[in-house]
Write a protein that binds this ligand. Structure first.
Ligand SMILES: Cc1cc2nc3c(=O)[nH]c(=O)nc-3n(C[C@H](O)[C@H](O)[C@H](O)COP(=O)(O)OP(=O)(O)OC[C@H]3O[C@@H](n4cnc5c(N)ncnc54)[C@H](O)[C@@H]3O)c2cc1C
Length: 306
């Protein structure tokens, strides 16, 4: 990225083209969607501007994934399986989903000292430790297609660009560059897509104004915060329930976890509550709908019976 002499406007992007040559492309708006966001942070740092505050949740998660051919005798009573052990019991997770061309993709997830191994015997033994044997029984005799791939995710990171007093015009960090969610919850792409819609809407609204890009980044950061709020809260709360997770736990964590546990119990017996809860998880509704007074009362009543 190149700065104007005043050091305040991002006006071009420098990149390596297909021939390995350095090229510079002028642009009115540069969206930085590099995932880690190091380009934006590097630019702020190199020009002596303040970096955004960060909220970091040290989850230290390890993934191991394998793909299988679905056998002819595969169980017919389920299509996908997700097993999440309670955080206090180690928080192991197993997720098995169907893929195109009659395959299963199966991922094991663990934290800190309990990460799933990359060798086949270890992978299978780890799957056996999940609280139900559904996944283990399905894969133990299935044909594995390829090896076991491992992936590490140290921390969820939320950068509070909205709190910066000024931000270089012409630049817009986006997606994971603003907020990297723990991938276990499957939210990052959805939030990035919502941010893309937000950016389109902001550009549409400002299209007829003079200087439509003036103040675009602060306006985007402010509205993106609203998009990030629900998925961040949904992911942060269960992550903080794992004792080894690092980060500043909210004061009301215990009550929130109790409410969450009661809600799961209620959702297990009430299809409407289950639907609402799923809609929140899938970012179709804000988390606040779960604080509907009637739902809160019913969760409290369940807790009183326990
Ligand atoms: C294991 C795992 C599982 C996930 N599962 C889900 C899921 O089920 N559902 C969901 O919604 N989300 C999921 N996510 C999250 C999702 O992948 C991310 O939130 C999403 O991809 C973020 O999009 P992005 O465009 O911000 O960044 P990215 O998708 O990371 O894209 C950034 C791109 O920029 C490139 N790049 C970086 N630096 C430079 C540079 N200097 N020059 C040029 N290019 C550069 C990178 O190579 C990369 O291609 C998962 C993430 C992981 C790690």
């Amino acid at each position: 990225m190149i700065l104007f002499p005043g050091g305040t406007i991002v006006s071009a992007v420098r990149f390596e083209n297909g021939k390995g040559e350095s090229e510079t492309l002028a642009a009115d708006l540069i969206v930085e969607a590099s995932g880690r966001g190091n380009l934006t942070l590097g630019l702020l740092e190199s020009t002596g501007q303040p970096l955004p505050e960060e909220t970091v949740i040290g989850v230290d998660i390890g993934y191991a994934t394998a793909v299988f051919a679905i056998p002819d005798n595969a169980p017919a009573d389920w299509t996908a399986v997700m097993i999440f052990d309670p955080p206090a019991e180690g928080g192991l997770a197993g997720i098995m989903l169907p893929l195109e061309r009659n395959r299963w993709i199966m991922t094991l997830v663990g934290h800190h000292g309990h990460k799933p191994p990359g060798d086949w015997d270890g992978f299978l033994a780890y799957a056996q430790q999940l609280r139900t044997r559904t996944i283990y029984n399905a894969i133990k005799g299935a044909e594995r297609l390829g090896g076991v791939a491992r992936f590490g995710f140290p921390a969820s990171v939320r950068r509070h660009f909205d709190r910066l007093e000024k931000f270089p015009p012409g630049l817009l960090p986006f997606g994971d560059a603003i907020c990297r969610f723990n991938p276990v919850y499957g939210q990052g792409m959805s939030v990035a897509a919502q941010e893309a819609c937000l950016l389109r809407e902001l550009l549409r609204r400002r299209g007829k104004e003079t200087g439509p890009l003036d103040g675009l980044a602060p306006a985007f950061f402010a509205e993106a915060e609203t998009l990030i709020e629900t998925p961040w809260a949904l992911a942060a709360i269960p992550d903080y329930a794992v004792p080894e997770t690092e980060g500043d736990r909210p004061d009301d964590l215990e009550q929130t976890l109790e409410f969450g546990a009661g809600l799961v119990q209620l959702a297990a017996t009430d299809a409407q509550v289950h639907k609402l809860w799923t809609e929140v998880l899938h970012l179709l509704k804000p988390q606040s709908v779960l604080r509907d007074p009637e739902i809160v009362e019913r969760v409290k009543a369940l807790a009183a019976q326990a």
